[in-house]
Design a binder for this molecule. Structure first.
Ligand code: UDP
Length: 327
């Protein structure tokens, strides 16, 4: 297929592009490099430096695109509470422009990076796709708005849409001499920050809140290996059907508290990770754990690397070789 990948210079978009190219697809990456890196770009893909808002410049009827995979977005849940306008403009307004462009270009398949944050504080655990959607942060709200627009688009204009609701993505892609991983600046995610502490690049890990209604009082998240997540995108692309909006949660069904994550980072790296309890981060749900039964049944998706040790091990290998040794 001929595919447009937005955000293909990012952590997840870059790895999915690598796998799409390896599977024989023709890929054009659209990325404004606001948070992405040229090192993450697959050399076989054509790169266009532009915002999603301007996707119509590339996504023309004559270009013959079969599908769009839309990753480009701002993703820091904490920042989305203090700078919400950036998130609505980039994530929601940008996505609506992309959907318009896709419609005008006759694109039939659309795979969207949605998030567990759409559920907010869940009313049932593990969380099925049918659970109440009540985001507690702006990030989740901007993604839920796009999910709803895709449902309308599928019904109204026969789009074949798939939303993948990611739980917490971790690990790296380390194959055939290619090393792709997480590299945000500033870093906001728990595992890469804990690795910075283990590497001595940061004094301590601040854990945001220890008075949540969980076993040890810290928030609980369900981690998924980037390779397993990426593979689900290729399955979703094949599964897209005109007039349907399919929605799949992607996680392993296991919850790890923030304190437990720090402990796994200590075990994997063999280094100390000093922790300090800091105030809660605005908008954080206490516990997010996926039921991914639907992805398993309908997409035939099976995670190959479900353990947090594997994820942290791969993230640590990437961090050491690509960040510490090249610094
Ligand atoms: N977290 C933390 N300290 C940090 C970064 C994150 O305690 O320096 C917590 C955060 O409050 C949440 C969990 O780690 O409870 C996962 O946060 P992250 O930003 O990695 O992903 P999110 O779940 O927000 O997508």
């Amino acid at each position: 297929m001929k595919l447009l990948v937005t955000g293909g210079a990012g952590y997840i978009g870059g790895i999915v592009t690598r796998m799409l190219v390896d599977a024989g697809h023709e890929v054009v990456v659209l990325d404004d490099l606001s948070t992405g890196h040229t090192e993450a770009l697959a050399p076989e893909a054509t790169f266009v430096n532009a915002r999603v808002h301007d996707a119509a410049q590339v996504l023309t009827p004559a270009a013959g695109f079969d599908g769009v995979l839309h990753f480009a977005a701002f993703i820091a849940a904490g920042e989305s509470m203090t700078r919400p306008e950036l998130y609505w403009e980039n994530n929601t307004v940008g996505s609506l422009a992309l959907i318009d462009a896709a419609r005008a270009a006759g694109v039939r398949r659309f795979v969207f990076s949605s998030t567990a944050a759409v559920y907010g504080n869940p009313t049932e655990l593990p969380i099925p796709e049918s659970a109440v959607k009540a985001p507690t942060n702006t990030y989740g709200a901007t993604k839920l708005a796009v999910d709803m627009a895709l449902t309308s688009e599928a019904i109204g204009h026969d789009l074949g849409a798939v939303s993948l609701r990611y739980f917490n993505v971790a690990g790296a892609y380390l194959r055939d001499g290619v090393q792709l991983g997480e590299r945000h600046d500033p870093e906001t995610h728990l595992i890469p920050i804990a690795l910075q502490v283990a590497a001595g690049r940061r004094e301590k890990l601040q854990i945001f809140g220890d008075d949540y209604p969980t076993a040890d009082g810290t928030c609980v998240r369900d981690y998924i290996h980037i390779e397993d997540l990426a593979r689900a995108h290729l399955l979703a692309l094949e599964a897209a059907r005109p007039g349907e909006h399919r929605i799949y949660n992607l996680g392993n069904g296991n919850g790890f508290s923030n304190r437990a994550v720090a402990e796994v980072v200590r075990e994997v790296t063999g280094r100390p990770v000093p922790v300090e309890i800091a105030p809660r981060r605005e908008g954080d749900p206490a516990e997010l754990v996926a039921s991914s039964d639907r992805a398993r049944t309908e997409l035939g998706w099976t995670p190959a690397k479900p353990t947090l040790h594997d994820m942290v091990g791969d993230a640590w290998a990437f961090y050491r070789s690509q960040i510490l040794e090249k610094a």
